[in-house]
Design a protein around this ligand. Sequence first.
Ligand code: UD2
Length: 333
Amino acid sequence: MNLLKIKTRAVILLCVLLMGLLYSSVRQSGRVIDPFKQNQISPTKRQPPMLPMPGNATSRTDVLTMTSWSVPVVWEGTFNPVLLDSFYQDKSLTIAATVFAQGKYIRFLKRFLETMEQHFFTGFNVHVFVYTDQPNEVPQVKMASGRQLTVKTVPTLNRWQDISASRMFLIQALIDDELLDYADFIFCLDVDSEFHGHWGTESLGDLVGVLHPGYYKAQRSALPYERRPISKAYMAPEEGDFYYCGGAFGGNLQEVQRLSQNCTINFWDDRTKGIEAVWQEESHINRYMWLNKPSKILSPEYLWQDIAARKPEIHIIRFFGVVKNYAEIRPNV
Ligand code: UD2
């Protein structure tokens, strides 16, 4: 072996040793750094926890339990709540939830909060954010240890469409300003609803959509997507997997931040063109979830409404949209 070869090998060996030292020092500091990767996530930000495999999705044969892109559709009988809760119990998860109660919708808040306390992530850390224009009317509801409520005061809006759609902007701001370093998952829920059954860790996923109770059996052509091409929520006839609810969705902080930011931008883009999607932010959510497939889908058990007779496949109602008189309760018709 000549002198040049020996020198080259010595340099390579030295480099390998140095890389090894660098790797072990960053490992010891609790963080593995890829020296070739830009924009690494700050170690202070909470990372979404690992999710366990879905339960036995084949235990129901009367309903769709797996999508064409292989993510579970959660129905009663497709998961074991005791097993799942025990998987998460020692992970000290914090689940955030948003609920908006503006104008006359404040009347629904007490029942929403009371039933939430009984059924929603019991035994876990839960932080509920109530957005209202009447902070003094927020009812006192006794909460278990580890659970808390924060009231956010918002201005009174005179169009129900604006109230409904402005939620996306406020959710995005909440995640950006307060939640990224603190909570693990978030669910955004309609206030005119009550919890009637267990809603727990089986619902956790990176991006979670809920099948709308009115359309989970409908043909694609019957789904009430936005059909005007001028809107950013437009869905062509050959597009769409499912029709998802605007009244319940969630996921990890990063995914819901992306969703709410995208829907806010597209809603306002439509407004500058003088158009509002047929079902406001729900239409934009549906467009978003067509392009960015949810990693978990919850069955209509997770937001049932008595818009039609109850169906045999609905074994339990976990979250229920109360019947309301739209003309009486909304600020505008
Ligand atoms: C559907 C969706 C809803 C939203 C809406 C968009 C379901 C079950 N519901 O319900 O989430 O996407 O379509 O058009 O999927 N709110 C107030 N004060 C008001 C009006 C609304 O606080 O005066 C809030 C409240 O949290 C309410 C939510 O906005 O739950 C949605 O309004 P809605 O329930 O009147 O909308 P709806 O029934 O058309």
